[in-house]
Design a binder for this molecule. Structure first.
Ligand code: UDP
Length: 413
């Protein structure tokens, strides 16, 4: 029988795969359920799409459930998300009550599977209250935060904390994001799947057809930001940086590509602002893509000379990792998980302003040798640190620790 995981041996080495199987041995037959709030769009869905089948491939009974909610619920969770990332927002009590009501309804649906599971991973704030309504739970529950909650608006954190404190453990992407909680906290950075449609090598003909479809000129320099249209991703800052850089690179092209996520009600308003700022500049391509446009995004990241991710807050920034895997230096906002990935003069540049981004765009186009060297460094950097096999290993270790934490001695097969 062939296993999905074996295909990764060529990229990460056979030892890594053997190690995963060894770690999974004591967890054989256990049930793991991941819960989030959208099947498509955004980094969490991107990770779960592969994490779940790979965990199954290791003999662990993994499932992925998605909670449902109405627009009021997602309006509330978006405000909660923004407030946890530092916006000083006051969320009305009625909306917060609705958040709980929706979690109650979802708990009614999901209770049979969640209460029976050996491990439940609840992703982000949207489904965090489920625990409260699954009183007969049997397994360990882990709250997995993907956001930059390093400086949350205190009222928002207090609201969420009442649900999160009951978990057996929580996971944050960076040490700076961890909060004081009465249970073990783990740091696990996200990862990309090198064999997904988003990241596999593409034939030149496919790159060419994407280039032609979007009217990108092959002779002219191209910068790109691929992101949901979200204020924290600062697409307006990218347009400003592009306009400044054009003073020195007059024929520069910019692609801003993204879609919304099903749990993000703000995208449309941001998109309207983006169109206004682009002001019909023919060298700015604003592409609104469907949620399954993985190969198109892959191609755009490969077509770009430089990838930008000018976020002002970023939990991790998988788009940064994806670009680096394709050998692209990244100019990224000096924030959150981007700081973990972008190292000045090695893998790209951290910037705080459109002026800073424009300066680095100019630098990279003026130093093609340095840009090429960075392109080699970035791919190896991702191979060593940010591929999905590393994240699967850390999840196995975490489950193992929660299951056997008090044992003096653990024998691996
Ligand atoms: N993405 C996508 N389509 C889009 C915009 C983004 O498939 O229109 C993907 C992107 O390639 C990446 C993920 O969604 O894999 C975004 O993750 P990231 O951590 O960068 O940001 P998030 O959206 O989770 O804040």
């Amino acid at each position: 029988m062939t296993h999905m995981l074996d295909a990764y041996a060529d990229i990460v080495g056979a030892d890594v795969i053997r190690h995963l199987r060894q770690l999974a041995e004591p967890l054989q037959g256990k049930t793991v359920v991941h819960v989030n709030s959208t099947r498509r769009g955004g980094g969490v869905a991107e990770i779960l799409e592969k994490m779940v089948p790979l965990t199954r491939d290791l003999g662990i009974n993994a499932h992925w459930e998605v909670i449902t909610g109405d627009s009021e619920f997602f309006q509330c969770t978006k405000s909660l998300h923004n407030a946890l990332q530092g916006d000083r927002l006051t969320i009305p009590e009625t909306l917060l009550d609705h958040y709980q009501d929706v979690n109650v309804q979802n708990a009614q649906q999901l209770r049979p599977i969640l209460e029976e599971a050996d491990f439940v991973f609840i992703h982000d704030p949207q489904p965090a209250a489920l625990l409260k309504y699954c009183g007969k739970r049997k397994g360990k529950w882990i709250w997995r935060s993907h956001i930059d909650a390093s400086r949350p608006h205190r009222a928002a954190w207090r609201f969420l904390e009442q649900f999160v404190r009951g978990y057996d453990a929580s996971i944050f992407s960076l040490p700076q994001f961890a909060q004081t909680l009465p249970h073990p906290e783990y740091i696990v950075s996200p990862s990309i799947d090198p064999l997904s449609e988003k990241n596999i090598d593409l034939p030149l003909a496919e790159l060419e057809s994407v280039r032609v479809r979007f009217g990108i000129d092959p002779e002219l320099p191209l910068i790109a930001q691929i992101s949901r249209f979200d204020r924290f991703k600062d697409p307006l800052g990218v347009i400003e940086a592009y306009k400044l850089a054009r003073r020195f690179i007059p024929r520069l092209q910019l692609v801003l590509a993204g879609g919304g996520a099903a749990d993000d009600p703000e995208a449309e308003a941001v998109l309207t602002e983006v169109y206004a700022a682009a002001d019909d500049d023919p060298n700015i391509k604003i592409l609104v893509l469907p949620p399954d446009a993985h190969r198109t995004i892959n191609a755009l990241q490969r077509l770009a000379d430089i990838v930008i991710q000018k976020s002002t807050k970023e939990g991790f920034g998988l788009t940064v990792t994806e670009a680096m895997w394709k050998g692209k230096p990244v100019i990224g906002g000096d924030t959150g998980g981007i700081r973990l990935q972008v190292i000045n003069f090695q893998t790209g540049f951290l910037v705080n302003t459109p002026e800073g981004a424009a300066l680095r765009i100019r630098y990279l186009f003026n130093q093609p040798k340095k840009a090429r060297e960075m392109g080699i460094t970035v791919k190896n950097f991702v191979r060593e640190n940010f591929l999905i096999t590393r994240q699967v290993r850390e999840h196995l270790t975490l489950m193992f620790a929660l299951q056997y934490g008090s044992a003096d001695r653990i024998e691996l097969g």
